[in-house]
Design a protein around this ligand. Structure first.
Ligand code: MN
Length: 242
């Protein structure tokens, strides 16, 4: 049993095969989209499984090309409990589109707020402080995925009630493990960010989130089985919100 709270199921070379394998293994997957137009096709991957849920998103790295899909975002929003991938990216190649990224994120957050909140998986590369500022006061649960901010920003995020999803790639770094040691045990979940994220040069599959569980158990200093139980409880608590 493993939990992948941030995975781009639709972007694997053979998405239906990967989805089938998730169903066979009983992997819990939050299948995130990068554009509203991908919603319908990505939902089909979840057919027949209660363990695969689809999130409606517009990735900050695509904001400048896809802002015309915000209307579709609003149309689809009532259909889902999960939003993502959304956020801001202050990294090289994307910082120059900052204004449109902000406009797109603000639009989506205001829509989320308007419908009473959603569970949101959020990208914040090179933009942790700005993301924390934007999500302030928005109803729902923000889940920061692959958080790479400073420890001060992390503390602020914890104080603001954020959850965190961490994957094998993040846990490979000392900074990532230090972050995990600071995050309350009740607000952490595993992810892979596959097929983008890699681990030991291989593309991560959703069920490889078990690697993250093992690495988290090492940070916590407990057996892997105990960590698995804690993470399952967390997922249950998250899914039962509102
Ligand atoms: Mn992602």
């Amino acid at each position: 049993m493993s939990i992948d709270m941030h995975c781009h199921l639709d972007l694997y070379p053979d998405p239906f095969k990967v989805a089938e394998e998730c169903k066979r293994r009983g992997t819990y997957v939050l299948s995130v989209t990068t554009t509203p137009k991908a919603w319908d096709g990505t939902c089909k991957l979840a057919d027949g499984s209660r363990r695969i849920r689809t999130a409606l998103g517009l990735h900050p790295q695509l904001a400048h090309q896809r802002s015309n899909e915000l209307e579709l975002f609003d149309t689809l929003l009532p259909k889902t409990k999960y939003v993502g991938e959304i956020g801001l990216d202050g990294g090289k190649g994307f910082k120059e589109h900052w204004d449109v990224q902000l406009k797109v994120l603000r639009h989506m957050l205001s829509s989320v707020n308007h419908v009473g909140g959603r569970i949101m998986t959020i990208h914040s590369r090179g933009a942790a402080s700005a993301v924390l500022e934007e999500i302030k006061g928005i109803s729902g649960i923000p889940m920061l995925h692959w958080f790479t901010g400073t420890s001060t920003q992390l503390r602020k995020a914890i104080d603001q009630g954020c959850w965190f999803s961490v994957g094998p790639a993040m846990l490979c770094t000392k900074k990532g493990r230090e972050a995990v040691s600071m995050i309350p045990k009740s607000r952490i979940l595993t992810e892979t960010d596959g097929p983008f994220a890699k681990f030991k040069s291989g593309v991560l599959m959703p069920w490889d989130s078990a690697i993250a569980t093992k690495l988290i158990s090492e940070v916590w200093g407990c057996p892997q089985e105990i960590a698995t139980e804690i993470l399952k409880d967390n997922l249950r608590n998250l899914a039962n919100t509102k």
